[in-house]
Design a protein around this ligand. Structure first.
Ligand SMILES: Cc1cc2nc3c(=O)[nH]c(=O)nc-3n(C[C@H](O)[C@H](O)[C@H](O)COP(=O)(O)O)c2cc1C
Length: 408
């Protein structure tokens, strides 16, 4: 049975939802699922924009069969061939052998690498600025390399103002009947997962997103719909989401507040993290989030690190090193290019405390444009009363730095 939604006149969402996949890219938990979006335009010619993951192929085929109603599929536009969108290409080619495929040179190369068997079908190679008409609708193709693979492009329909934005403006969470961002409470229920999607999947490529935003900026007044490959379609308040993307891709914090991430085996470092959180709240800084690095998947920590302006790292020393899970979180920050944050450090050790110096060195040497506050809290096994003044100094320094940020 088909399951489709109308985007706008003659344009349909023909994708599917996935609640079975536990790990996106086999690494990021998606407890609320994900959607694979594909779109069908019924003009003089019929055009399918992208396909879906192999697990959702059957639903896509039923949706196409219903809407095409016995007529052929004329074109398949592949904006992004990564297997969660491109895996069903081959099945489409088998079912609709006369379909012409439109994509970039690199995408065709990668399709062949992945064994999608496009040869023998008409492959139309397009590049930045090329246009194509399907009848009433004329589209322009715009390169979007590294958002999120090198072959990616986006397609803009100049007739109805629809931007097929590939992985840009996507989000985790299955749609489950809803299609538009204005049909959900996005700022309450979706923004955290949208941030987690963007920062972990494409976070490394901020400058490439900026490039794409620059291109979109030139036609902003013409864009009426943003149709991404995951998550809801945007038709209202586009500026809200574009502004988030702008901040994330410039590595600018969204919130002047404090993220505290602690690594603790027996609870003493955790107690110091909790005491600091209480001191901050007592000083009126209530935008404080606290996480145990050991039981929080790093994708959540990365998303929160992109959100907050200040990050406190509290770690035990472990075999003369940083606690391994904390180290891995720091490595992820580096891999995803996080910049422009202010850090504070709490260290703990029972006989040879090293974690503070090591974390400081990592931030200074491996990360870009970071500041580390001088006020470090050093613990010998547990937080004792004689450290009360140091704890206060750390809280004061964080408040002062936040206030400086707020004034700028
Ligand atoms: C396996 C293991 C290795 C440790 N290695 C060190 C070390 O190299 N240097 C040190 O000063 N403390 C070391 N510690 C002590 C911890 O850094 C920390 O002081 C202690 O676990 C108390 O903090 P917690 O309650 O937050 O876990 C180690 C503890 C464990 C369990």
């Amino acid at each position: 049975m088909h399951c489709v939604r109308t985007v706008t006149e003659n344009l349909y969402w023909v994708g599917a939802n996935d609640h079975r996949l536990a790990l996106f890219e086999n690494i990021h938990p998606i407890p609320k699922g994900v959607s694979y979006n594909a779109y069908l335009l019924l003009d003089e010619k019929s055009v399918l924009f992208d396909t879906v993951d192999w697990s959702a192929c059957r639903q896509l085929l039923e949706n196409l069969e219903y809407l095409l109603n016995g007529t052929p599929l004329d074109y398949l536009v592949i904006n992004h061939m990564e297997p969660d969108h491109g895996a069903s290409i081959e099945e489409i080619l088998l079912r609709y052998p006369k379909v012409r495929i439109i994509s970039t040179e690199k995408a065709f190369m990668l399709m062949r690498q992945f064994g999608f068997h496009v040869d023998g079908h008409e492959c139309i190679q397009v590049k930045e600025g090329d246009t194509y008409s399907f009848g009433d609708h004329t589209v322009t193709f715009v390169g979007a390399p590294m958002v999120h693979w090198p072959e990616a492009m986006v397609t803009f329909d100049t007739t109805n103002g629809v931007l097929f934005s590939a992985d840009a403006f996507g989000s985790f969470i299955a749609l489950d009947g809803k299609l538009f961002a204005d049909e959900v409470n996005f700022d309450r229920d979706w923004i955290d997962e949208a941030r987690r999607y963007l920062t972990n999947i494409v976070g490394k490529y901020g400058p490439h997103i900026q490039l794409l935003l620059g291109k979109a900026g030139g036609i902003l007044d013409q864009i009426r719909y943003i149709c991404p490959l995951h998550g809801p379609v945007w038709r209202k308040d586009l500026g809200y989401f574009i502004d988030k993307y702008d901040k994330w891709s410039r590595y600018e914090p969204e919130v002047k507040g404090v993220l505290i991430v602690y690594a603790s085996m027996y609870g003493n470092t955790e107690a110091a993290a909790q005491a600091l959180a209480a001191k901050l709240c007592e000083r009126g800084i209530t935008d404080v989030a606290l996480y145990d690095v050991s039981n929080t998947h790093v994708s959540y920590l990365i998303a929160e690190s992109f959100k907050y302006s200040h990050i406190v790292l509290a770690s035990v020393t472990y075999n003369l090193g940083i606690y391994p899970v904390m180290k891995s979180y720091l490595e992820d920050m580096k891999a995803l290019n996080l910049q422009n944050r202010t850090f504070a450090i709490i260290e703990n050790g029972s006989w040879a405390c090293k974690s503070g110096d090591l974390m400081q060195a990592f931030i200074d040497e491996e990360l870009k444009n970071m500041t580390v506050l001088n006020e470090r809290l050093s613990l010998a096994s547990s937080l004792q009363a004689d450290k009360a003044a140091e704890l206060d100094q750390l809280a004061d320094a964080l408040v002062e730095s936040l206030q400086e940020d707020l004034e700028n």
